[in-house]
Design a protein around this ligand. Structure first.
Ligand code: SUG
Length: 446
């Protein structure tokens, strides 16, 4: 480890997961090209209330494990202001009505609850890794997908509010749209501990990929975007690496790298075909991460398509307060015998993973978002943690308040044609307003 002798330690650091609460407008409009689950479920009837309760259940589980848990709030949807920027005018209802009549596809985009997948909200470089010793957050522009590109403005506002203390945090706005940036979904941090100066791995695609059947899969993270984020965050050359995503994985439906790999402290938990150059990734880890452990699923036991269908690698890999690591897996991974038996072998082997926790986030999964997609990781020192706006941090009481609002206000179901119904527009707006009030936010703040 000669290369990383300048290791900075920030004692007592811990990682907070900020989950996106599933918004009241959650629906299946099939908006994401290259995301197989989103395409397969297009036109299905969604269950926003169940979806939000499932997500909240995962947050409660993390608290039960003794881990800190944060929340990011649903964005205002349907987004009449965005439609106004596209030339519709009048009151919110007039704008939404005109969009539904003239360009229903635009209204569908303005309706998406996709801000729930906060792994895509930003890329986060914790303080030990950066030149100025602050935690840097770069809002993702998500510009490859129309519905996701709408998120950056409201995400920026929320992150600026949550992490407003500039002694500890620097929040950067989104990059220009030409540089596709999908945030932490194509990013991994590996080091001795959350507190140690660590290696940040940025994973990018290299142009659209054509699958064997002729389908085109976009690469959503551009190399130049990752490089810009690394520069803005003040990462030393030795502290970061740019590695290409595997085209085979993209063509199999891994539109983000966090569908096929996840890292935590010393451990990389990955599919054999996750990276364009597997050997290069292994040698980077060996050279730059002391004690790196690679837990890899061989393709002959877990095919890529099985990994993507079950979202095995979209689990959260977390360090438990008592030591060791747990995998927070989607129920789909439990239900597949081949996956479960490989996981049992992982538990029995010599590595820090010693606990498997199953969560049910099926409503999100049906749009291509597993447990890891639903959270943004921010590792902080105790002082920085104390500077975070408390309203974004959860305890059981806050979860109870949120649950009451979801039960009372979130629609039970949304069918495709409901998107044109004024009653649903009003309901979504009122539901979000009730949530903000319950958590002590003014409408104008967000
Ligand atoms: O961007 N799905 C999201 C899923 C994001 C998953 N995030 C991570 N892997 N980190 C996406 O493709 C579907 C919405 C729809 O089709 O209505 C959607 O946007």
């Amino acid at each position: 480890m000669a290369n990383r002798q300048m290791s900075q330690e920030a004692p007592g650091m811990r990682e907070i997961n900020f989950d996106g609460l599933v918004g009241p407008s959650h629906n299946y409009a099939g908006l994401s090209l290259g995301n197989i689950a989103s395409a397969v479920n297009a036109g299905a009837v969604s269950a926003p209330r169940t979806a939000a309760l499932q997500g909240l259940g995962k947050m409660r589980r993390m608290l039960e494990l003794g881990l800190p848990q944060g929340i990011l709030l649903p964005h205002a949807r349907p987004d009449a202001d965005w439609l106004r920027s596209l030339g519709f005018s009048g009151s919110d209802d007039a704008v939404l009505r005109a969009a539904w009549q003239e360009e229903p596809a635009l209204l569908r985009n303005a309706f998406s609850a996709s801000a729930m997948w906060t792994a895509n909200a930003a890329t986060v470089s914790p303080a030990p890794d950066t030149a100025d010793g602050r935690c840097h957050l770069s809002v993702a522009n998500l510009s490859t997908m129309l519905h996701r590109g709408i998120e950056a403005e409201q995400t920026f506002r929320q992150l600026r509010l949550a992490f407003s203390d500039e002694r500890f945090f620097a929040v950067h706005p989104a990059l220009p749209a030409g540089l596709g940036d999908e945030g932490a979904a194509n990013f991994m941090r590996l080091g001795e501990s959350h507190a140690a100066r660590s290696l940040e791995i940025f994973v990018h695609g290299e142009g659209p990929v054509r699958a064997g059947d002729g389908r085109i899969f976009p690469s959503r993270q551009h190399r130049a975007a990752s490089a810009a984020v690394a520069r803005r965050h003040g990462l030393a050359a030795i502290d970061h690496a740019m590695v290409p995503q595997s085209e085979i994985a993209i063509a199999a439906g891994a539109f983000h790298n966090d569908v096929v790999a996840v890292a935590n402290e010393t451990v990389l938990f990955t599919h054999e075909q996750a990276f364009g150059d597997r050997a290069a990734v292994h040698s980077i880890l060996r050279e730059r991460v002391p004690g790196a452990v690679i837990v890899e699923a061989p393709s002959d036991r877990i095919s890529l398509s099985l990994a993507i269908r079950t979202y095995l690698f979209n689990s959260q890999l977390v360090t438990l307060p008592e030591g060791g690591m747990a995998l927070i897996l989607p129920r789909e991974a439990r239900d597949e015998p081949a996956v479960w038996s490989w996981l049992e072998d992982v538990l029995a082997a010599d590595n820090p993973i010693h606990r498997l926790e199953i969560v049910d986030v099926r409503e999100s999964m049906r749009n291509g978002g597993g447990p890891a997609c639903l959270r943004l990781r921010v590792a902080v020192s105790p002082e920085a943690e104390a500077a975070i706006d408390r309203r974004f941090l959860l305890d059981e009481r806050a979860c109870d308040r949120i649950e009451t609002v979801i039960e009372r206000e979130w629609p039970e179901s949304i069918a495709p044609d409901d998107l044109g119904e004024p009653d649903l527009w009003h309901r979504c707006r009122a539901a979000r307003a009730a949530l903000l009030e319950a958590l002590g936010f003014g409408l104008g703040e967000l």
